[in-house]
Design a protein around this ligand. Structure first.
Ligand code: F2R
Ligand code: MG
Ligand code: MG
Length: 349
């Protein structure tokens, strides 16, 4: 049956939260046997299990701030979003934030601060962060804006509040674009989906700053495009090992090492895969596979979850998973409110 747009909105935000919550178990692990992943996920179906609800981390905490700010301000307002991040961090600093970003969040709390982008620019000796913290919270930009140019523009500014290195904010742009295209149903043609992302990122990475950052960091020219080409090559292979995915795409905390990886997880799991339960649908496969890569599992599963949720819709998420994750019900409500905002906008906005 066709997936309604409302179901895609709900699916995107709820699967993102679920990915973060279930992925927390393995964050930082080098080797994650698939058996352990399947055991962890099947444990969610056991209502008598004693370990209670799975807590969300910084990924969801910041994604909620983005969604709430876009809703309250009916669009992007950097002052409001910055204040929202700072307030959330001061209320719950123990959600597993990145080691560097906490300095930005403390500075954003100062009432004297006039340029809210300045603390991010001071990070890492003035180079700015290339972590995946901008990308992990980027999905709501795809739900708040209809026009692809707006999705690109505001995902970039939203990330720049904490990540001023182009590798950091362009990772957020790529993640928001992937959710945007998935929402339009573009994953029905996977090759076309990846080609569209490549041509969008060619425009994004033409930018002078992006080119000079890539040079300074000793990366290939157009680094995101280069990774997306590797995604395309891996999609064309008959079989792909987990080791190959990690060495070709990465599974780390840098946006470049995790956003293309999350996109690959979604594409790879559009079909049944050996080792993943045959009872699983595509969304369950995507989350399980993201965890099996190890490394930054909460964030890769959170980003892959948002893209996959926008494709499969809310009904693809098992109720037992949803009920086991802190913040999943609230994410569904935020998605409904964003859907209303999206529909209230003029078609050309
Ligand atoms: N922080 C974590 N995981 C660590 C363990 C948490 C543990 N569970 C706990 O509770 O203690 N996860 C979360 O952080 C990632 C998002 O990070 P974000 O927001 O990008 O932070 P930051 O600090 O800006 O960057 C992360 C690290 O990347 C390196 N880095 C970034 N830019 C750099 C630069 N220009 N030069 C050198 N290094 C740079 C640094 O090591 C940063 O600390 C998500 O995984 C989220 O789940
Ligand atoms: Mg996290
Ligand atoms: Mg993480």
């Amino acid at each position: 049956a066709p997936v309604s747009l409302l179901s895609r909105f709900r699916g995107a935000l709820v699967a993102s939260v679920v990915g973060d919550c279930v992925g927390g178990e393995f964050e930082g692990a080098e080797d994650v046997p698939l058996d352990r992943v399947l055991q962890h996920l099947s444990g969610l179906e056991d209502e008598t299990r004693g370990d209670g609800i799975l807590q969300y981390s910084d990924d969801t905490a910041m994604l909620r701030c983005v969604a709430q700010s876009l809703l309250t301000r009916m669009g992007f307002d950097e002052q409001d979003m910055a204040r929202s991040f700072a307030k959330e961090y001061s209320l719950a600093p123990g959600r597993g934030y990145g080691a560097g970003v906490v300095q930005v969040l403390r500075k954003l709390a100062s009432p004297q601060l006039s340029d809210v982008f300045q603390p991010a620019r001071a990070q890492f000796g003035g180079r700015g962060s290339f972590g995946n913290g901008g990308a992990m919270r980027a999905a709501p930009f795809a739900l708040a804006f209809r026009n692809i140019a707006d999705v690109r523009r505001y995902a970039r500014f939203g990330a720049m509040l904490t990540h001023s290195c182009s590798l950091g904010y362009n990772g957020a742009v790529l993640q928001a674009l992937a959710v945007h295209l998935s929402m339009q149903g573009d994953l029905a043609l996977p090759q076309k989906f990846i080609s569209k992302l490549i041509s969008e990122m060619e425009e994004v990475e033409k930018d002078e700053t992006a080119r000079s950052d890539a040079k300074v960091l000793n990366l290939a020219e157009f680094p995101y495009c280069a990774r997306l080409h590797r995604v395309k090559e891996l999609m064309e292979q008959n079989s792909v090992s987990i080791e190959e995915v990690i060495s070709e795409l990465g599974n780390g905390i840098a946006a470049l090492e995790s956003v293309p990886t999350a996109i690959f997880c979604v594409l790879h799991c559009l079909e049944p895969r050996e080792g993943l339960s045959e009872h699983y649908g595509g969304l369950e496969r995507t989350i399980a596979y993201s965890l099996a890569l190890g490394g930054d599992t909460d964030t890769i599963a959170c980003m892959a979850g948002a893209i996959a949720g926008a494709h499969y819709g809310i009904s693809a998420i098992p109720q037992s998973w949803l009920k086991s994750c802190e913040g999943a019900v609230e994410a569904e409500h935020l998605a409904e409110r964003l859907y209303k905002l999206y529909n209230d906008r003029d078609n050309d906005q």
